[in-house]
Design a protein around this ligand. Structure first.
Ligand SMILES: [Zn+2]
Length: 297
């Protein structure tokens, strides 16, 4: 199989990518990285790559975080073209669709439950990278909770979308399906920077103990997935960002990260035990640090 190699200037990501990644350091822990494996993606209608594209993935020796060096080296224009063409193609060919949407109903339920228990404040919530606002619509329609929305690329015309200049800091920042699309540290730090002191970051992505060394791993199927997080790399991110404890809701496939100083921290573990007891099911898992729920795929 022939494959195209990229000969484009590493423009995307700017200064931060240059600071860490140019030396091949991990963008989570700055540890050394090794080439892990490569995967060749076939062209698809509208792709900026008319030939098969071989993508190289690097893995951090220390925390196991994996990132696509090939995507990092794409220019902003090529990366943007890849994203829009990929989503356009697969939205119009649902039979071939490989990416699955977050479980919005279960996410909304988890948010509503924690809000009702007084463990999070969903009255001051921002859905960052909200896309078409599906989660916010579910929160409003079934739970009467209103979240503001921000998405740099999608604007559904609703009044709840904020412009970038309007962004502040929020008691609850919701972030679904973005952590696997980042190319640099700045994109992650931007999300964390929106969380108020003593606030909560809710995140939905795939995190596992060890990224499989397997080009056929399901999570690599979307050509726009670039970053693959491990329990260790998330634990380190939490420490760096000042989060003390987390909850994981398997039904919602979402974590809730609680900042140090969050008022509910002292009673969080007991409150989760009460919720699970009432539901007769382990709806939430609690841990000081990152809930390392997924051990393998
Ligand atoms: Zn690392």
């Amino acid at each position: 199989m022939t494959s195209a190699t990229l000969a484009v200037a590493p423009a995307h990501g700017g200064e931060v990518a240059a600071a860490d990644d140019a030396q091949g350091r991990c963008l989570i822990c700055a540890g050394p990285t090794d080439h892990y494996f490569s995967k060749t993606y076939a062209p698809y209608p509208g792709s900026p790559f008319p030939q098969p594209l071989t993508v190289d993935y690097a893995r951090c020796v220390h925390c196991g975080f994996v990132v696509s060096r090939t995507h990092q080296q794409m220019s902003g224009a090529v990366w943007s073209a890849l994203n829009s063409s990929w989503h356009h193609h697969y939205e119009n060919h649902l039979d071939q669709k490989v990416s699955n949407a977050p479980p919005y109903a279960q996410q909304a339920l988890a948010i509503a439950m924690l809000h009702r228990e007084g463990l999070i404040d969903a009255g001051d919530a921002l859905d960052y990278a909200a896309g078409y606002g599906s989660l916010a619509k579910c929160l409003a329609r079934y739970f009467g909770l209103r979240a503001r929305l921000f998405d740099r690329y999608v604007h559904d015309g609703g009044n709840d979308y904020l412009d970038e200049a309007e962004l502040g800091r929020y008691a609850l920042v919701i972030n679904s399906a973005m952590f696997e699309h980042v190319l640099d540290r700045a994109a992650l730090d931007e999300v964390n920077g929106l969380v108020a002191d003593g606030g909560v970051l809710m995140m939905h992505t795939v995190v596992c103990e060890r990224i499989p060394k397997d080009p056929d791993w399901f999570y690599l199927a979307p050509m726009v997935h670039t970053a693959f997080h491990t329990n260790r790399s998330m634990e380190l991110l939490m420490q760096q960002w000042g989060y003390a404890a987390s909850l994981y809701a398997p039904a919602a496939k979402s974590w809730f990260l609680f900042k140090r100083g969050h008022p509910a921290l002292p009673r969080l573990e007991g409150a989760v035990r009460d919720i699970n007891h009432a539901l007769r099911a382990p709806f939430f898992h609690h841990k000081a640090g990152f809930v390392d729920y997924w051990k393998g795929f």
